[in-house]
Write a protein that binds this ligand. Structure first.
Ligand code: SAM
Length: 326
């Protein structure tokens, strides 16, 4: 069994595959250009994804997360999950989703072998949610979350990006979900992955420390919950509450030193670092006579180009989060 090690000695274990740039929501900080409503469903086919997963497994990668865009918009998603889990033998198969289509589709994903999922949830108030997502209905997402609980895929992880002027008012309500339910509500720092100007970005950025203060002002001191130190989220709990509150401080406390990730974009490029725009076009490898071998080579080359740490100063990017794959 091989191990893929990048040029800084970090083991590459986790593969994120964006299966489509399309999304039925349009969150302004993720898709300011409306790419998710315009782009075709994605260039990578289910067979391409299978080949990439097989190459990844042969290099020792143990976890695959399907994302997008909205991965549930891809009708082949159950087949992709089934192949990753039951054919390629990936240890941990997960998805990141906005939850809007889960109530209907979760059973087939679980049946295919899905191990776990994260649901993005930036607001609880129906009107705030509708505005943030450009038309999303919180009721449909809740039905999806209840479906996860019913399927026993716990802990349910709910992720919120906190943005000044958009949803700081939702922070306490989201954290309050952990009072009676065993959810993990995780607050993620807004990263400069939209095409906003550096000034606009700085104005909207809220640090995890500030988010924590908002929560402590509402509910009192948070107590640390021990976690794997290499995990990106730091977890806390309000004394006596059932769930946990997490902070993913990607900007103020970057976890690049322990980064084990590699990404495949939905247009067939390997991207070793979310915050660095270098990408390796692997479409030729996907069409090679032996695609698995060709992609293996591409993985090795991409790992050699994985930077120690991504760009820290805000820059205007052409490719926004929805197109890269979150
Ligand atoms: N559509 C799916 C969803 O909503 O979870 C998957 C794709 S979405 C790009 C994945 C995650 O990226 C979401 O939790 C979203 O909030 C997050 N995200 C998007 N833009 C971001 C940004 N600029 N900074 C931090 N997180 C961002």
């Amino acid at each position: 069994m091989h191990t893929l090690i990048d040029q800084h000695g970090r083991i590459v274990r986790d593969l994120r595959i964006s299966v489509t740039p399309r999304c039925n929501y349009r969150c302004t900080y993720c898709d300011p250009l409306g790419v998710g409503h315009k782009e075709p469903a994605g260039v990578v086919s289910a067979q391409d994804v299978a080949n990439v997963v097989e190459a990844a497994v042969s290099l020792g990668m143990t976890s695959v997360r399907f994302t997008g865009g909205e991965p549930l918009l891809r009708k082949e998603l159950p087949a992709m999950i089934r192949h990753a889990k039951r054919v390629a033998g990936v240890e941990d198969v997960a998805i990141t989703t906005n939850g809007s289509l889960l109530a209907r589709r979760l059973p087939e994903l679980v049946e295919a072998g899905l191990d776990r999922l994260n649901v993005s949830l930036d607001a609880l108030d129906p009107e705030a949610f509708r505005l943030l997502t450009s038309g999303g209905r919180i009721e449909t997402v809740w039905a999806g979350i209840e479906a996860i609980v019913a399927a026993g895929l716990e802990p349910v992880k709910l992720n919120a990006v906190v943005i000044r002027g958009l949803n700081e008012g939702e922070v306490a309500g989201l954290a309050g979900l952990t009072r009676d339910r065993p959810f993990q509500v995780r607050f993620i720092e807004y990263m400069h992955l939209d095409n906003s100007s550096p000034e606009e970005y700085r104005g909207k950025y809220v640090s995890g420390a500030e988010t924590r203060l908002l929560i402590e002002a509402a509910f009192g001191p948070l107590q640390a919950v021990p976690v794997d130190p290499s995990a990106p989220a730091r977890l806390y709990r309000v004394d006596g509450w059932r769930g946990a509150i997490g902070f993913i401080n990607s900007v103020s406390e970057p976890f690049c030193a322990g980064c084990s990730r590699m990404r495949l974009t939905s247009d067939g490029r390997l991207r070793p670092c979310l915050m660095h725009d270098w990408e390796l076009d692997v479409r030729h490898a996907l069409r090679a006579a032996d695609p698995v071998a060709a992609i293996r080579e591409a993985f090795v080359l991409a790992a050699r180009n994985k930077v120690a740490t991504g760009i820290k100063t805000p820059v205007v990017r052409d490719r926004t989060m929805v197109a890269i794959g979150g």
